[in-house]
Design a protein around this ligand. Sequence first.
Ligand code: HEM
Length: 534
Amino acid sequence: MAPQLAVSVLDYLSPAAKAASLPLLFPLLLILLLLPYLASASRSSSKKLPPSPPGALPLIGHAHLVAALPHSSFRRLATQHPGCGDFMTIRLGAVPTMVASSSRAAQALLRTHELAFSSRVHTACVDVLTYGPADVAFEPYGERWRQSRKLVATHLLSATKVRAYRAARLEEVELVVGQVRSAAAAGVGVDVSELTRKFTNDMVCQAVAGRAIRVEGRDRVFRDLINQTLAILSGFNLENFYPGIARVAGSVLMWPLRRKTLRLRDRWDDFLDRFIDLRMSEVGNNGVVASADQDQDQDDRDLLHVLLSVQQEYGLTRDRIKGLMANMVAAATDSTFGVLEMAMAELMLHPDVMAKLQAEVRKSVPHGQNFVTEDDLVGMPYLKAVVKETLRIHPPTPLLPRVSHEDCVVDGYTIPAGMPVIVNAWALGRDPTLWDAAEEFIPERFIDTGDTTCPDFRGMNFQYLPFGSGRRMCPGIGFATAHIEIMLANLMFHFDWELPSSVDTIDMTEVFKLTVSLKEKLILNPKLRGDIIA
Ligand code: HEM
């Protein structure tokens, strides 16, 4: 979904192939490019689509107007052009895409016509990397998606399961605090981005595949696979912009990307198969894992164990098990870590907010206790407000990608089946008509004062959708917030934080790879509180 939109189609060829084939390729490409463009333009002209901002060029449409941060470009186009504020049609290559930028538009799509927009676009690359798709995130809406979603919601992400991991979470937090403490003692900086990313990745991997994931650096392999998967999914893909050409000349033009994707999928296979085989040999019993009813200690079971135990009952193929495992780790890691990174960056930019948060955390922990536990979090409304404000101003998944699976009339516009639809959740969180001082970081807006109602992020407030809304909304809210809150609280409890002497301020430049994170690593100097028991 996250396109390097301005990339030329020719970038797909190797330098040698490019040189040899340019004279022949160019006219051919031009014809091929024009055909689907004209065909789709004439098809869509018979429907009344939302207005388009001016400036579309033949062949590439609005792609040149969409920069590296598409959420920001979409908002600029929506606010600058009259009539585009709610819905607009952006043409990316040959593909018309509807973008919804207001709370009213989000509500129309995600509540009034929710069912019609409850699928996602998937391409051949997505299918290869998601085993079908056989995961939760890309699987089209239907019976199989419902079954997969129920499996992960019950056996990985339910409140009971999230609670069951609280001891493991605290153990991981202690490891991180130990590392930061060593850095503080040595007077050196720590890479907060790396620490929080590793913390999230380790916890997610453990919940999905058990503690053995950490043996011999397997968690690092998992992370590398995810990084490469996100790079492919967020990079330029001819199929996303010129599906007609991809169909006609796909085998030639898409070969380099396809080869890269297949190689990556082989690495996923190698990794996940070994893991599944190992688990089956460990449980013995001819590889038959105890069923949910037979298993005494159900809360502690990781997702792989559960999937193997219900494999026969649900008719799960091995590929589907692999798709679900990979999907959970990929969906959970960067989004959750992104909030921790951005929260720490905003706190550094707002020392008054950091001081207020530290005061709340430090006073809520009983005297003599040397870590914040999850029981202590109950008395920390400001911590929760800081997390919510971070999610408002920096939602890690800024765009909600959907596709219409039937023709649908929305607000007088006819959206044809198969049209990609994007809700710009980032724009909603920064809409000045919905939020006072919308661009400012003010956690107080999320403190419930009794006379105002604070927006909640559970998908019913259409001005604030960091986790999406409707049946495709994020199932990992409880899992994510549990990790973010306990880690942030402990970072505030144990340490004071300073910028390295070589730096004046935090560089908030973002990069977008389906999720958003800081472009530069967040390096900070921790100072250990004098009064804390080591
Ligand atoms: C702060 C952290 C997170 C944020 C901000 C976030 C945000 C989102 C958003 C915006 C969506 C798309 C929703 C829509 O289309 O309406 C989504 C989907 C999803 N998220 Fe999260 N997420 C986070 C953490 C997690 C975690 C921890 C997990 C799992 C352990 C997870 C699993 C998923 C899955 C499986 C989907 C696809 C759901 C579907 O299509 O049915 N997410 N997330």
